[in-house]
Write a protein that binds this ligand. Structure first.
Ligand SMILES: [Zn+2]
Length: 280
């Protein structure tokens, strides 16, 4: 009897989990002009391996496709944001796995002052990583700018009209997803997120932002902006890496540096790439 009861309990627990998973899943779709936008948000990567019906789990997929010694604390493997060129098989997608594939397999180029608690806090981890001969960039810096599928990508001299983005046009659709986040052992943060705004004025704007801060040491922002006009068959993508050391940011209010949405304005551009992306 007890055995039967347990089976019944397990079953209802599984049902609860399935319901919770379905509930956590948020899907949004919107169409304007020649583009369709799709955003999907699901729950965090499972902490342990689980193979339902013999299907490989996402945990295994991440371990086999990435050679990172450690994943960020929070990974959202189901979250994606997609821009689809209607009537073609061309699309641009933002996802976590492709972003993490671009994290370097060497220790980060973050030189930390001797006085910093950061260095001692990370010492064990760095030592461990070095001993394992599997170093990786624990700041999770990625130069990811989206995954293009069946798209033509060319270097462009056209730029995004930043003034237009500042206009207060009505928003017809918006969505945002987090791809990963890590608190760098309480000494800062590394976060990658993607968001979209479709505007009444006949265009859309996507921002993929990597924000990384090692407290009192360094702030780095890697932004990818994509803007497309409703009736164009192409988009412009601007990718920018900005960073500065705290020692060169004394003139900036530290509150601004903590603000993921504002910090970039105070950081110099280190590297830049502008592309025109069109349907094949
Ligand atoms: Zn597994």
């Amino acid at each position: 009897m007890a055995g039967v009861e347990r089976v019944r309990n397990q079953k209802s627990m599984q049902e609860v989990l399935v319901q919770a998973a379905a509930h956590a899943r948020k899907e949004q779709r919107y169409q304007q002009g020649g583009f369709e936008f799709f955003s999907l948000a699901g729950h965090i990567l499972e902490s342990s391996c689980k193979h339902l019906d013999g299907v490989e789990c996402l945990r295994c997929k991440y371990s086999s496709e990435l050679s990172l010694a450690e994943l960020p604390e929070m990974v959202f493997p189901r979250n994606t944001l997609t821009i689809h060129f209607i009537g073609t098989s061309s699309f641009i997608e933002f996802n976590c796995l492709d972003a993490l594939k671009m994290v370097s397999e060497s220790l980060p180029d973050v030189k930390v002052g001797a006085s910093s608690v950061w260095q001692s806090a990370r010492k064990d981890r760095i030592q461990q990583i070095t001993e394992q001969h599997k170093p990786f960039d624990w700041t999770y810096t990625t130069h990811y700018k989206g995954s293009e599928h069946s798209c033509k990508v060319e270097t462009s001299t056209d730029r995004i009209d930043m003034e237009r983005l500042k206009r207060r046009d009505a928003i017809t659709f918006s969505s945002s997803v987090t791809l990963f986040e890590d608190e760098l052992a309480d000494h800062g943060i590394a976060q990658l997120s993607a968001r979209i705004r479709v505007m009444d004025g006949g265009y859309f704007f996507v921002l993929l932002r990597f924000y990384m801060r090692v407290d009192n040491v360094l702030v780095r922002v890697c932004d990818t902006r994509i803007v497309g006009n409703d009736n164009d068959r192409h988009v412009i993508r601007e990718w920018q890496l900005r960073e500065a050391k705290y020692e060169n940011l004394h003139h900036v209010d530290s509150e601004f540096l903590l603000d993921i949405d504002r910090a970039w304005m105070y950081l110099p551009i280190i590297e830049e790439q502008v592309d025109r992306i069109s349907a094949e």
